[in-house]
Ligand binder design. Structure first.
Ligand code: PLP
Length: 385
């Protein structure tokens, strides 16, 4: 069989590789604690589950949905954006449901980019910022996120391009951005006729009273782009595939045009449940953030005790940690797996500028995290002695 070459242009998906390593170790009888993948360990709010089961009994949800999305879902999204971010969205034309933020990130490249176009992507960054454009035949130009710049890209120094992905709060660095940064991105986009896609997967996972802004809060955002907002992390709904693209009406319309030719939309039962999350369960992400804040402090204390340089994140369930001198991302990841049976994500698998870092995720139960901290501490103390 001969397959499309485009698949060879992207590496195997990062987590597929990590999962393979864990399953190898587990087969050998090792109890591995995975801090590699950012998949919340806690359940979806009960009211959202009830909403799904009720909706599943309604035969109207058994038929094809539409890619417009239900009126209920789009209105719930608009009212959430108004109350949470102070952003007005027209539910009829400025919102579309998508099957998880990942779908949004990948497919928006197909809606915007032609072969030969240039796409700007953060480095390190969520892998689909590369694979989406590559599948569209575009070239990806990485914008390094450096610690000394607060992990914000240098937009002024970027080459001309057609699309820019941004993502704050950021995976994998845990960095946050304020409205001034988004405003500057909008200025640059206007000057250079650039489409901005802000991937907002993490604004609801934030600590110590901090409330990360939406890109759409910045003046003029809707003129230049869209935001992808996901329910996955804030409401523990990674398995539900519930997210939305909101903002520029023309882009939302083009996106719908693409989607209508590729899939038949989000199950209406899931749309109902997601609408309930965005209306009745608005406080849930704050509760979940408290759980992560507790885990964050536990991990920060442990890592500092063994002399690792730790920046405590204000948002996201991720720690982005510089590896000790003499190590690379790969050697430190291997050391953690072999000596502590703890899986971390090597930083350079998020892009070349991630070299010298690893990412640790807080999405395991407290007791497992405590155990992981113990194991990491013991392994590092033994190595240092
Ligand atoms: C930056 C970023 N964007 C998007 C996603 C996708 O989330 P989902 O497809 O579950 O909405 C993730 C998931 O980890 C992410 O880290």
């Amino acid at each position: 069989m001969k397959f499309a070459k485009r698949l060879d242009a992207v590496p195997p998906y990062l987590f597929a590789e990590l999962e393979r390593k864990v399953s190898e170790a587990e087969k050998a009888g090792v109890d591995v604690i995975s801090l590699g993948i950012g998949d919340p360990d806690l359940p979806t709010p009960p009211a959202v589950i009830d909403a799904l089961t009720d909706a599943a009994r309604d035969p109207r949800t058994h038929q094809y949905p539409t890619n417009h999305g239900t009126e209920e879902f789009r209105s719930a999204a608009a009212s959430f954006y108004r109350d949470r971010f102070g952003v007005d969205l027209d539910p009829a034309g400025e919102v579309i449901p998508v099957l998880g933020g990942k779908e949004g990130v990948g497919h928006i490249a197909l809606a915007c980019l032609d072969p030969g176009d240039v796409c700007l992507a953060p480095d390190p960054g969520y892998p689909p910022y590369t694979s989406g454009p590559v599948f569209a035949g575009a070239q990806v130009h990485y914008l390094p996120l450096r610690e000394e710049n607060g992990f914000l890209p240098d937009l002024d120094g970027a080459p001309d391009a057609k699309l820019l992905y941004l993502n704050y709060p950021n995976n994998p660095t845990g960095a946050t951005a304020e409205l001034e940064f988004f405003a500057h991105a909008i200025d640059v986009a206007r000057e250079r006729d650039l489409i901005v896609v802000h991937d907002n997967a993490y604004s609801e996972v934030a600590f110590d009273g901090y409330r990360p802004p939406s890109f759409l809060q910045a003046e003029g955002a809707k003129e230049v782009g869209v935001e992808i907002f996901s329910l996955s992390k804030g409401w523990n709904m990674t398995g539900w595939r519930a997210a939305l693209v909101a903002g520029n009406a023309e882009l939302v319309d083009r996106y719908r045009h693409l989607k209508t030719n590729l899939d038949s939309g989000m199950s209406e039962a899931v749309q109902h449940a997601a609408a309930v999350a965005l209306t009745e369960e608005r406080e849930f992400p704050r509760e979940i953030s408290e759980v992560y804040a507790r885990r964050r402090d536990l991990l920060a204390t442990g890592l500092r005790e063994v002399g690792l340089k730790v920046r405590v994140p204000r948002a996201t369930p991720y720690f982005w940690v510089a590896v000790p001198d003499g190590h690379t991302s790969a050697s430190f990841t291997e050391l953690m797996l072999e000596q502590a049976s703890v899986l971390v994500s090597p930083g350079d698998s998020y892009g070349p500028s991630g070299a010298g870092y690893v990412r640790l995720s807080l999405t395991v139960p407290d007791s497992r995290l405590e155990e992981a901290v113990d194991r990491i501490t013991r392994a590092l103390v033994i190595i240092q002695s």
